[in-house]
Design a protein around this ligand. Structure first.
Ligand code: GUN
Ligand code: ZN
Length: 445
């Protein structure tokens, strides 16, 4: 097996932004930790000190050089809570809504991942693009082929990234070439769990694609896998599109709701991540709150496929907040950049009568995503003890952004310009376990 890189030491100076609370549950300004001239000290891949440069420099080991990112923001790396790596080659597929889009574009593309060499090529391209976008952790769908999972985790291990991923389960309503059976899906998932789960920052997610492509027997089998180990993840799609919701009601007439189909099989629990959840009711929101199951808001995808408007402020209502993160959902999403996800999330909120504060948007993309995945003790904030997975954001990456930045009179406004105007060009650098994993201005890093 490929060895992981050794965790590194580093010291980074710049404008540190991170969170000490949930800005949907307290005033955004109170949730933001804002250190305009900050220093982050990293030892063996973990953050040991964060604070004002003047005071923190005393803790700097004498032989450790400081990398100067003044003029840039230092943030936790982004967390993408829902994305399909095999769909990278078919991003921007024209003209369809969900069910036709799956048939016409998605299934034929995923067929190619029977070939492990092809899977390895795309996994490499996917992970390097994620790092280029400042994303250091993602919950990732592979395909039905176990070799697509091996290819993905091998590359993530080589990079040292913390990833959550799993083999898609589909035993009906899919082409022959992409179908498994309930037993085969169980056996293959179990072998992959034993090979990868908990090793070298890799985590396994039991991954039934969505209710229409799994028989009740397969959903039960997924539930029994999860019952073996509380540290396993589960990911699936929920109530993304109205035609899909109607189909699920036909296929599972005894269930109260779409979420209830999963609940009956034991799939609604901590570390479960439901993609989309646009068309769900208050009863289901409460159930998600009570169980610790999370929702992945995927704005660029929901707009691209015309699926509907996720009720973000309802999901995070202080009376019963549901764990919620942001997902790019590539290939239905149109960008791997969470700056773009924040941009479209802002517009969806506007359309539904809410104003998404930039501190709330950045929280969703970092600490909120980590909390959704129950990984907030390890990633998602810039604080002592956390893994040093960081991204360095350049607010003046283009002439237009440099112009707009001159008008900024607050950190929140600076963050807002980044989320509305930024993309991969705004990511000056990305660190994984304290190691420089992407440098915009240096080829080959
Ligand atoms: N529902 C079932 N499969 C998929 C998928 O691959 N992408 C999206 N956006 N929705 C799905
Ligand atoms: Zn998806």
């Amino acid at each position: 097996m490929t060895p992981s890189p050794l965790p590194a030491d580093a010291a980074l100076r710049g404008h540190v932004i991170t969170f000490c609370g949930n800005p949907f549950l307290m005033p955004p300004d109170a949730a933001l930790v804002d250190e305009p001239d900050g220093l982050v000290i990293i030892k063996a891949g973990r953050i040991t000190h964060v604070g004002p440069y003047d005071r923190t420099v005393a803790h700097l080991p004498p032989d450790l050089a400081v990398t100067d990112y003044r003029g840039c923001l230092i943030s936790a790396g982004f967390v993408d809570t829902h994305v399909h790596y095999p769909q990278l080659p078919m991003i921007a597929a024209y003209g369809e809504q969900l069910l036709e889009w799956l048939e016409r574009y998605t299934f034929p593309t995923e067929r190619r991942f029977a070939d492990e060499a092809y899977a390895a090529t795309i996994a490499r391209q996917f992970l390097s693009t994620l790092l280029r976008c400042g994303t250091t952790t993602a919950a990732v769908y592979c395909t039905v082929h176990p070799q697509s999972v091996d290819a993905f985790f091998s590359e993530s291990t080589r990079l040292g990234t913390l990833m959550v991923a799993g083999k898609v389960l589909m035993d009906r309503n899919a082409p022959d070439y992409l179908r498994d059976t309930a037993q085969q899906g169980y056996d293959e998932s179990l072998a992959l769990i034993e090979r990868w789960h908990g090793k070298n920052r890799q985590h396994y997610a039991v991954t039934p694609r969505f209710a229409p492509t799994s028989t009740p027997a397969q959903l039960e089998a997924a539930g029994s896998l999860l019952a073996r180990d509380a540290t396993l993840f589960m990911q699936t799609h929920l109530a993304e599109n109205r035609a899909e919701v109607a189909w699920v009601a036909e296929l599972f007439p005894d269930s109260r709701s779409y979420l209830d189909v999963y609940d009956r099989a034991g799939l609604v629990r901590p570390r479960s991540v439901m993609g989309h959840a646009i068309h769900i009711d208050e009863h289901d929101m409460r159930r998600c709150h009570a169980t610790g199951c999370a929702l992945a808001h995927c704005p660029t995808s929901n707009l691209f496929l015309g699926s509907g408007a996720f009720r973000l402020f309802d999901a995070l209502a202080p009376a019963r907040p549901v764990r919620t993160g942001l997902g790019t959902d590539v290939g239905a999403g149109t960008s791997l950049s969470h700056l773009q996800s924040m941009n479209e999330a802002y517009k969806i909120a506007q359309m539904t009568g809410h104003t998404l504060h930039p501190v709330q948007a950045f929280w969703l993309a970092t600490a909120g995503g980590a909390h959704a995945l129950h990984l907030d003790g390890q990633i998602g904030t810039v604080a002592p003890g956390m893994d040093a997975d960081l991204c360095i954001l350049d607010p003046a990456a283009t002439p237009l952004q440099a112009l707009r930045t001159q008008m900024c009179d607050s950190t929140a406004d600076l963050m807002f310009t980044l989320m509305m105007l930024g993309d991969d060009r705004s990511i000056r650098a990305t660190y994984v376990g304290g190691r420089l994993a992407h440098d915009r201005d240096r080829a080959g890093v």
